[in-house]
Structures are given as C-alpha cells and as structure tokens.
Design a protein around this ligand. Structure first.
Ligand SMILES: NC(=O)c1ccc[n+]([C@@H]2O[C@H](COP(=O)([O-])OP(=O)(O)OC[C@H]3O[C@@H](n4cnc5c(N)ncnc54)[C@H](OP(=O)(O)O)[C@@H]3O)[C@@H](O)[C@H]2O)c1
Length: 335
C-alpha cells in the first residue's frame, strides 16, 4: 500500500470551527465565484451575508457525537457522486478545491465517496493532498464488489487513491455481498486500517434490509440511507432503530439529486422559515433532516462553491423542533 511506512493518520481535534469573519469571507468569495455578480458584485456580497446571517447566534457548525466513540461529527458533510468525477479537468478541479476549502473552513469534515463514483476518489485524494488537508477530514468510502479478495483489493486501491493509510469509515455499498465483506471489515478495523464500519443504501425498499442488519450484526458503527423532506420512510422504523442501537446515521440524497429544487422553483420560502434561520430552500431541506435527532450528518453533493456555502449555513444556528418540522412537512406536501 502506498505510504505504508508512514505513521498512520491521526484524527485532528474534531469540529475545529472558524471565525465568523473568515467564513463570511469564504462565503462572499463563493458567491462571486458562482456567478452571483450577474446582479452586480454588491448583490453577491449581500446574498453571501444573508447566508452568513444564519450564523449570528452560533458561528461554529453543530456537531453530533458518533455513538460508538463519542467523536464529534460536524452535521454538514459532502457527497462526491458525479460532482467529483471530473478527471483531469483543471477548471473543474479548481472549483472543487474551493468547495472543499469552504467545507473545511466551516469546520466540516465528512467526505463520502465510493469506487463506484468513477474518478471521484482520485480527485478527492489529489485535491486533499495539494491542500495538505487530509488531517482535517473524515474520509468515508465504500466497498462495492463481490468476493473477499476483490473486496480487499478494491479497498487497498481506495486508500491509495485517497492517499491515506487509514480510512475513517468503510461502508458496504448498497449491501453488495455483505456476508463476505463484513468479516473483512471487522478484521481491517481490528488491524487499524479503518476506524469505523458502515452499511449503505439509498432506496426506501432497502430500509428493511438495513434494519435487519442493524438488528442481527454486531459492530456496525454507521448506517447511510436516503432520507429527505419528500421521502420520509426512514422516520417510521430505521431512524428510531439506529438511535436505539446507538448507530450513527449519514443521510444521502438530501435533495433527491436536485429534484427537490425543481418542485419549489419560483416559490418563495414561507416567512416562518426565518425562525429557524433558513434563507434558502437548500437550508430548509437540510435543516428538516437535521431536526431529527437520530441523524448524525448529511452529505449533500455539489460542485458549486456558492451551493456549498449555502449548504454549510444549514449546519449553523437553530434547528427545527418537532412542531416546526411538522409545519415544514405540511409546507412541502402542499408545494
Ligand atoms: N448507496 C449509497 O451509498 C449512496 C446513494 C446515493 C448517494 N450517496 C451519497 O450521497 C451523496 C448525496 O447524494 P446525491 O449526490 O445523489 O444527491 P443530492 O445531494 O441530493 O443532490 C445533489 C444535487 O443537488 C444540487 N445542489 C446541491 N446543493 C445545492 C444548493 N444549495 N442549491 C441548489 N442545488 C444544489 C447539486 O448541483 P450543483 O453541483 O450544481 O450544486 C446536485 O445536482 C452522493 O454524492 C453520495 O456521496 C450514497
């Protein structure tokens, strides 16, 4: 394995926050980069400041403990499906570097990838190496193949591409050949090659399978699942189960690959969304998810620095309580 003689990576102190001023500078930069100055540079700045206003009362990102260890996990992370599969395109890489910088400056750590995502692992590894940022991150990837030897080789390759000796979280992607891969993951954790074990899926139809594994297999630290204001099946069984079993929850597809934005296109946010610090629909959708206490973090994907800044603002300030979440559901269902 690459760098095998290098001392294993040590996690940095979790959830290091940044000053409000530094983050606002990034937000302003992101706004400009994203083309908000279409309405003039002043418009870009005021948009960025309105995102920053969500941070007025609490300038650092909210964290939740990973139940298995108590390690603090910042609630907003980053997915890499499609968005990081950019190969050698230097302009695209430059934008992704800005996305990563915003995540890190806001105290975010979780980056989720998979060998299924084309060049995403390689691009992530290259960018983090150039930025010297690996120690600030929590790298999650997946094993997505059948057979013990193929699984081991795929995970070795992921570590190589991500340029790390230790992968923070190794997940069984869509439960592919989990009976074979789970014992390997347990061994890798015992050997110190991975820090946590997880299982993933994204469809409502797979929630029952995820639940069965959480109930029957010891040592699963994380479950990653699809959950959004539009697809709430996880609320009935899996989220309470994960909570009871002390399993961390990562929420994928929080925007249903962007479909949620199409449904609210042209609609104004409800006035009362300001009560929970929402200045955009993205924050509304993310804060709805984070309002569920079983959720440890959410991993929206973006290749757009302004969208990253927008998403990060959802992890700062107030979160909706159950009464407010009910109101959010009603507003969504009526949209
Ligand atoms: N089985 C599994 O393990 C599994 C399955 C699915 C997903 N995942 C993980 O979950 C991550 C997230 O899911 P996803 O990528 O499918 O979809 P998603 O995060 O629900 O949506 C991504 C889409 O939303 C857009 N977007 C992001 N922020 C926005 C904002 N603030 N305003 C407007 N548009 C915004 C992005 O476009 P822009 O680039 O233009 O911002 C992109 O088109 C994946 O990347 C992957 O890491 C795992």
């Amino acid at each position: 394995m690459r760098g095998e003689n290098v001392a294993p990576w040590q996690p940095s102190s979790p959830a290091a926050g940044i000053s409000r001023a530094a983050f606002l500078r990034r937000l302003c930069g992101a706004a400009v980069l994203a083309g908000w100055p279409a309405a003039g540079k002043g418009a870009a700045t005021s948009q960025a400041l309105s995102i920053g206003d969500a941070m007025t009362n609490s300038p650092t990102m909210i964290t939740r403990p990973i139940p298995a260890t108590g390690e603090a996990m910042p609630v907003i992370g980053l997915g890499t499906w499609q968005t990081f599969d950019v190969g050698d395109d230097s302009a695209a890489r430059q934008r992704l570097r800005q996305v990563l910088q915003l995540l890190l400056d806001a105290g975010g750590r979780m980056i989720d990838s998979s060998p299924m995502y084309g060049r995403a692992e390689a691009v992530t590894g290259d960018l983090l190496a150039t930025m010297g940022a690996r120690p600030k991150t929590f790298l999650a990837t997946k094993v997505w193949t059948t057979g013990r030897e193929r699984g081991i080789e795929q995970m070795r390759r992921s570590a190589e591409l991500l340029r790390t000796d230790v992968i923070d979280l190794m997940q069984i992607h869509n439960l592919v050949d989990w009976r074979t891969q789970l014992p390997t993951l347990r061994q890798m954790k015992a050997d110190g090659r991975i820090r946590y074990i997880g299982i993933t899926h994204y469809t409502a139809g797979a929630l029952a399978d995820l639940a069965r594994l959480l109930e029957s297999e010891p040592g699963i630290d994380f479950v990653q699942l699809g959950y959004s204001i539009a697809s709430r099946d996880a609320e009935s069984r899996l989220l309470p189960l994960a909570d009871a079993r002390r399993v961390a929850v990562i929420v994928n597809q929080p925007f249903e690959e962007g479909a949620l934005f199409r449904r609210v296109k042209g609609r104004a946010l409800p006035d009362w969304a300001a009560e929970i610090g929402c200045t955009s629909w993205a924050q509304f959708f993310l804060k709805y998810i984070l309002g569920h206490e079983a959720v440890t973090c959410v991993i929206p994907a973006t290749s757009d620095p302004a969208h990253m800044a927008d998403n990060l603002a959802a992890g700062i300030g107030a979160l909706p309580d159950e009464r407010q979440r009910q109101r959010m559901r009603q507003a969504w269902d009526a949209a």
